[in-house]
Structures are given as structure tokens and as C-alpha cells.
Design a binder for this molecule. Structure first.
Ligand code: NAP
Length: 320
């Protein structure tokens, strides 16, 4: 028999864990389905499990390591009674209440859990080049977030990969710290908006590497350069960089909710007002519904919003 819960939270990054802290303190005894260890991290906890030092999370004047920050979030959620389980959701059915949630075999006739309300906080992932050494060197020269890591690269030579708004924005941002930024794009024209292109072209610190791909990443414990390939001639060359920012797009982890929750053309869940989705009783927070800010602190703030929305919604149900 499936167990019934007032709130089930799916996903355990800053958004999900903050939602857990708030719903636990509201005596809603949340069940937090954290996900499972993956090929990129031996613990769930979202993108911060892949970072090293976090210097912009308020409250930590000396900075804090990403995994340590997430462990603190988790300990705080558990302290107030969150039931946290390292389980990965395989299917949901939100067509009627209580909502049905499966873990493991999605074809199993019985769901694993029943929920009066659900908070979706499954996050997003940065697209990667899928080159050897890339994952291992994240936080050691390879990064997917200029806002988070740019500061560590003062006076370095940095490469940024991509040709969209993200890549151009990151290159411009990084040029404030770096000695030089090489923007590596696989074609001979950028996809980014004209105004951002013009800004990048006018920036003396940004050098364009057109028709170029990164084919190898070097370094044992920290990034020690990359090999580039000219996509028109096939020629290769070495680029001596100490920072590599991969900015080729993000994907929200929303496939589980396809055809169930409203999504935009890029797959982000559509929320509003607040954290409400199109299904009453299902709320969404964090990067799975935010393609603009993508910061731990904003994800955390939206997790708080979802918890308060869920709490008030549950209260209103009881009043009826
Ligand atoms: P994007 O627009 O999808 O651009 C991705 C870029 O990465 C493209 O130039 C693409 O090359 C390149 N790319 C993809 N896969 C690659 C691979 N395997 N190897 C090398 N290059 C690869 O993604 P985005 O820049 O993250 O932007 C996403 C959305 O957010 C867009 O709508 C964008 O306008 C918006 N955004 C807006 C702002 C802003 O306005 N301030 C800032 C950031 C993002 P091709 O061009 O050859 O396909």
C-alpha cells in the first residue's frame, strides 16, 4: 500500500531543501525525494554538489564549499522532521488527488506514494561538451557559471564556448576579471542578439575564435589548456587557458512532467502567480522554472515561496 503524505517534494537542490525546511517547520512532515547518485555526483543535492567554493551565498563571509552548503541545508531540513529519501521518481500521475508518485518500476500497478500536494524542484543541468576530463575538472578550471566563478580568474586567460546570449554575456562579464577572453564558437556567426554581439566585438579583451571546437581538455588536478580544432580546415592548435566556461545552453529536468505540467518552448515549467503550476496543488520552484537567474539564492527563495504557497493551499482545502 502506498503511504500518503501532505507534501511530497521532488528534488533536493537549494529550492527543494528550502521548501523542505519551511514545510517541515509548518508541521507538514514533508517527504523529500532527493534523487539518486548519478554519474556526475555520488550524492544528490543538485548543481552545487558539482561546485567548489561558493562566495556569493549570503551569510558566509568567508565563502563555503558547495557540497558543504548543501549538507547544511539538508541537516536543517532533517532537524525539523523532513523524511529525506535517496529515491528517484520514475512517473507521476497528477490527474486526480491524491497525486500518485512512482519510484522504481514506472509500470508498477500501485504508485509508491500518494500526495495531497507536490512541490517540484528538479532543477536544470548545464549542457556540456562531453569531453574527457570535463566533468572531473568542474570547479578546477572548468565552469558553467561566470557569475559564480569569474572572480577566481582574475588576470587569467579564459576561454568561453558557445555562440548564444549566454556565451556572449559570460565572455563580457569575465572580461572584467580576465587578462583575456577567447570566445570559441563552432560557426562563423553568433546566435546571440545583435546588441550583445556588438558589445563583445567592441571589447578589447575578447578575441573571437570562429569555426572552432574544443576537442580536448587537458589537466590532472586543474585545467592546463585545451586543444582546438578548426571546423573548416580540420587543423588543430593548443590554447593555453586556465579557465574554460562552457555556455552552450541549459536543459530543465522536466521530462517527467511532459504533457502534465505546462512548459515553455525550452521545457521550463510555467509558474505563476507565485509557484502555482497549471495543476492545483502542484507547485514548482528553482531552476526547473527559472531560466533567468539560476542562482542558489534565487532557487532557495523560490523554494520558500513554494512551501508557503503549498501550506496556504492545503489550509484552504481543509477549510472547505
Ligand atoms: P542557446 O541560445 O541555445 O545557444 C547555445 C550556443 O551554444 C549556440 O551558439 C550553439 O551553437 C552552441 N552549442 C550548442 N551545442 C554545442 C556544442 N556541443 N559544442 C559547441 N557549441 C555548441 O543557449 P543560451 O545562450 O544559453 O541561451 C538560451 C536562451 O536564453 C536564449 O533564448 C537566450 O536568448 C536567452 N538568454 C538571454 C540572455 C539575455 O538576454 N541577457 C542571456 C542569456 C540567455 P550554434 O549557434 O551553432 O547552434
Amino acid at each position: 500500500m502506498p503511504s500518503t503524505h501532505k507534501v511530497v517534494i521532488i528534488g533536493s537542490g537549494p529550492a527543494g531543501l528550502t521548501a523542505a525546511i519551511y514545510t517541515a517547520r509548518a508541521n507538514l512532515e514533508p517527504l523529500l525525494l532527493e534523487g539518486e547518485p548519478s554519474s556526475t555526483s555520488d550524492q544528490p543535492g543538485g548543481q552545487l554538489m558539482l561546485t567548489t567554493e561558493v562566495e556569493n551565498f549570503p551569510g558566509f563571509p568567508e565563502g563555503v564549499m558547495g557540497p558543504e552548503l548543501m549538507e547544511n541545508f539538508r541537516a536543517q531540513a532533517i532537524r525539523f522532521g523532513t523524511d529525506a529519501r535517496q529515491e528517484k521518481v520514475s512517473k507521476v500521475d497528477f490527474s486526480q488527488r491524491p497525486f500518485k508518485i512512482w519510484v522504481g518500476d514506472p509500470e508498477a500497478p500501485e504508485p509508491t506514494y500518494l500526495a495531497q500536494s507536490v512541490i517540484v524542484s528538479t532543477g536544470a543541468r548545464s549542457l556540456m561538451l562531453n569531453l574527457e576530463r570535463e566533468r572531473e575538472l568542474i570547479g578546477h578550471g572548468v565552469s558553467t557559471c561566470a557569475t559564480c566563478d569569474g572572480f577566481f580568474f582574475r588576470d587569467h586567460h579564459i576561454a568561453v564556448v558557445g555562440g548564444g546570449d549566454s556565451a556572449v554575456e559570460e565572455a563580457s562579464f569575465l572580461s572584467k576579471f580576465a587578462a583575456k577572453v577567447t570566445l570559441i564558437h563552432r560557426r562563423d556567426e553568433l546566435r546571440a542578439s545583435k546588441i550583445m554581439q556588438d558589445r563583445a566585438f567592441a571589447n578589447p579583451k575578447i578575441e573571437m575564435a570562429w569555426n572552432t571546437e574544443v576537442v580536448e581538455i587537458h589537466g590532472d588536478t586543474k585545467l592546463a589548456g585545451v586543444t582546438l580544432k578548426d571546423t573548416t580546415t580540420g587543423e588543430t592548435r593548443e590554447l593555453d587557458v586556465t579557465g574554460l566556461f562552457v555556455a552552450i545552453g541549459h536543459r530543465p529536468n522536466s521530462d517527467l512532467f511532459a504533457d502534465i505540467l505546462d512548459r515553455d518552448e525550452n521545457g521550463y515549467l510555467i509558474t505563476g502567480p507565485g509557484s502555482y503550476t497549471n495543476i492545483e496543488g502542484v507547485f514548482a520552484c528553482g531552476d526547473v522554472q527559472d531560466h533567468t537567474y539560476r542562482q542558489a539564492i534565487t532557487a532557495s527563495g523560490s523554494g520558500c515561496m513554494a512551501a508557503i504557497d503549498a501550506e496556504r493551499w492545503l489550509e484552504a482545502q481543509e477549510d472547505h
